[in-house]
Write a protein that binds this ligand. Sequence first.
Ligand code: ZN
Length: 305
Amino acid sequence: MAGTLLGVDVGGTQIKAARVSGQGQILELLRIATPDGLNGFRKAAQEIIAALGADAPPVGVGCKGIIETGTTRVAVLPGTLHYLEGQRLSDLFAGAGEVRADNDARAALLGECRWGAAQGRQHVLMLTLGTGVGGGVLSAGRALRGAGGVGGHLGHLTVNPDGELCICGNRGCLETVFSSRAIESAAAAAIHRGVPSALLEASQPVSCDQVFDAARAGDVLAADIVARATHTLAAAIAGLALTFDPEIVILGGQIAGAGDLLFDPLRAELVKRTRLMLKRDLPVVRAQLSDASGVCGAAALALES
Ligand SMILES: [Zn+2]
């Protein structure tokens, strides 16, 4: 398998690892439930290296949180993977080729630049819309990292100065309004208030997918929740577009699968908010690398210099 790469996506529920060709094709994929402690993680990492790293391929690791790219050290990682803080991913995944590591959303952006929707682009905004909202900014061909690696955390853009508290310590962040958790909380609160909706008949608690499905079927409450969240997302992207002047905006993550129900109102609102300054259409497209884009993006990290 000469010329192939090993991409590893460290997520809160699963670690996905794959051999990826130099053209971004997944050749072999392995999934391991994310261990709940460091010893278990060490074992899982070595299992991956034993299964997929025998011929010492270059390794790219995408991980949540703030990763020091020079050393691969996990600097900040709140939540269930907190035990990785202070660890070097190059130590944990030692045994194959050189290990490079970065934030998972930034890895997804680099994957899209190399093999997906952003090929040939120099200025790109990417948001991953899932449980939370990840982000990445490519400016003049370089992924923005900022002074300490925090740059590009677009999910923590403040969209309401007095909004809900966020896991990051700020309040009113984009992901407190538009994320699967935020949409599920909005639905649960409305159901609790007794607002009439088909969602009352669904098994509780309702999922973000169920809210989008009900909105598509014409449920007034679900449609209202989706419309309000999308309105805020559009306003946030408009501000980002005027800040970074991207050629293209790429949306990845689970909620991007909602298709036209999300993209149509988003594009319309974005045109209204940006056309005076941009004087051009700003394409908003779905990420091209499939649900395993985490591993392709991570593999793309292995090619970064
Ligand atoms: Zn936040």
